[in-house]
Design a protein around this ligand. Structure first.
Ligand code: BTN
Length: 288
């Protein structure tokens, strides 16, 4: 009997090792249909069974003129990118990994807020579809029960400032086994499925995220950031909490989160009483 028939696991032959790959998400008819048609919710869908990074593929297509709304989806990624140059684990059949091409009608100064805006779209989706309350760790971590189960990576090509090209990449762990993650992350990550009653259908999750993204980006373009920020604050995992901020030059600052301001910058009050307006770097919360 061929090992590949032994679902839920596929066996992939490496050079000198056999890697066990989880294949435990459930794919419904819609998943296959949308891939075959190359279309999802009325927009172009580009599908890869495997690629390096959907963000890279989407950026490539965006630069060569693919329309706003195009979705680039992969079953697995070999070089999935996370924020701050990190690796995004993307094993086959375990998660949702996709990027959307955006050409938003926004001022350049507003583009940095897209990560927070997309975070609200993700939270709305998870709340409405699965009736659980997610949280966001500034700026881009989707948390369930204080553990990370998804992330957002926004990349921009600003050569044409009147029509900026934005790639919005989203990764969600759905059934990713904990042992796939490095030991030091295993206490900090989770997958969506164990927190949800009933089986997660990736086509349904993806379609709903796309709907919420469309809705909130229109809201952002037409009404600005104020109400979205208020909604973001309902999901804030760090407000009033002690945290560590590791700056881009690796300086470590201990402080308390005061939440993001109207520009999306996180305010941190450090122990010496100073208020820092954070635009980058890593925020670490104590777990447990
Ligand atoms: C993070 O939390 O650091 C961001 C993770 C973003 C991962 C997604 S998976 C789909 C898209 N393609 C990538 O290479 N990265 C994003």
């Amino acid at each position: 009997m061929c090992c590949r028939d032994l679902l839920p696991y596929n066996l992939v032959e490496g050079q000198d090792v056999t890697v066990k790959i989880n294949k435990s998400t459930v794919d419904d008819v819609n998943w296959k249909t949308m891939i075959q048609k190359g279309e999802i919710a009325g927009r172009p869908l580009v599908y890869f069974s495997e690629t390096d990074s959907t963000n890279c593929r989407a950026m490539e297509r965006g630069k060569s003129g693919s329309p706003a709304g195009t979705v680039v989806l992969a079953e697995s990624q070999t070089e999935g990118k996370g924020r701050l140059g990190r690796f995004w684990l993307s094993p086959v059949g375990s998660g949702l990994y996709f990027s959307v091409i955006l050409r938003p009608a926004l001022e350049p100064g507003d583009l940095s807020k897209i990560t927070l805006v997309a975070g609200v779209a993700l939270c709305r989706t998870v709340r409405d579809l699965y009736h659980i309350m997610p949280a966001i760790k500034w700026p881009n971590d989707l948390l369930i029960d204080k553990r990370k189960c998804g992330g957002i990576l926004v990349e921009a090509n600003l050569h044409n400032l009147s029509s900026p090209l934005i790639i919005l990449g989203i990764g969600i762990n759905i059934t990713t086994p904990l042992e796939y993650f490095p030991k030091e992350l295993q206490e900090k990550v989770t997958s969506l499925q164990p927190h949800v009653d009933g089986t997660i259908l990736r086509s349904e999750l993806l379609t709903n995220i796309l709907f919420q993204l469309d809705t909130i980006i229109k809201q952002f373009e037409q009404q600005g950031f104020e109400d979205i920020l208020k909604e973001w604050n309902n999901y804030d995992a760090t407000l009033g909490k002690n945290l560590t901020w590791i700056t881009s030059d690796r300086t470590v600052v201990q402080g308390v989160s005061l939440g993001p301001d109207s520009e999306g910058r996180l305010h941190i009050k450090s122990r010496d009483g100073r208020i820092h307006e954070v635009i980058s770097g890593d925020i670490q919360l104590k777990t447990g």
